[in-house]
Design a protein around this ligand. Structure first.
Ligand code: ZN
Length: 219
């Protein structure tokens, strides 16, 4: 999980989002407007499901912060909305790149909307968080849910879609989302963190359910 080298790719644009006094990105201003702008430019794509190889390996670092990446981000927001998700990683629409998008409420019900490229989850001292064992689900494990203990506070460092360094922090459900989406880009699904028995149960739930959105059939 090495921090990516950004030396030869100096950001040419200004930051996408403002930053607060502590250096954390402010992703709560005009969330609806920003999400709609991305989504309306994009096209929804079908979602990959557990078993598809692209979900089970580490994705490539983003090195080109160009129009193609911007188009991918737009499509990710469109796909996230179509599937009614609160977060989506690029490999969930079949793209092998370290990018995730989110549209997720935090502990206080405040909506966060943003994009993280090359995310690295920060290790936090235990006194800064406690474990929360709420239910978790994943668009790539359609119709299944399982209780999973995770820290209720998370900090992710990465870059915005223009290549500027950013630090995102989240509480509650949004903290869970930041951890879940970062995991995706390193090849892990939340069911990989469950016991054997719970994992089996989640897969059974998936077999028995029908997703309300388009998925990519596994070969
Ligand atoms: Zn997921």
């Amino acid at each position: 999980m090495a921090q990516q080298d950004t030396e030869q790719q100096a950001p040419v644009s200004s930051a996408v989002l403002p930053v607060d006094d502590e250096g954390f990105v402010i992703d709560t201003e005009n969330p609806g407007e920003r999400e709609a702008a991305y989504r309306e430019r994009g096209t929804s794509r079908p979602v990959t499901v557990v078993g598809n190889p692209v979900l089970h390996k580490e994705c490539k670092d983003v090195t080109a912060f160009d129009d193609e990446l911007a188009k991918l981000v737009d499509d990710m927001f469109a796909s996230q909305r179509a599937a009614e998700g609160v977060g989506l990683a690029a490999n969930q629409i079949g793209v092998d790149l370290k990018v995730f998008v989110y549209d997720c409420p935090d502990d206080d019900g405040v909506r966060h909307v943003g994009v993280v490229c090359n995310p690295v989850l920060q290790d936090l001292p235990a006194d800064q968080r406690s474990l929360d064992d709420s239910n978790e689900g994943c668009l790539s494990v359609p119709t299944a849910y399982a209780s999973l203990a995770r820290p209720d506070y998370a900090v992710v460092k990465g870059q915005d879609e223009k290549g500027n360094p950013i630090t995102v922090r989240g509480t509650g459900y949004f903290a869970r989302c930041l951890q879940h989406e970062t995991d995706h880009l390193y090849g892990y699904l939340y069911i990989d963190r469950l016991s054997k028995r719970e994992r089996k149960d989640a897969l059974r739930q998936m077999e028995e359910g029908t997703p309300r959105y388009e998925t990519v059939p596994n070969a």
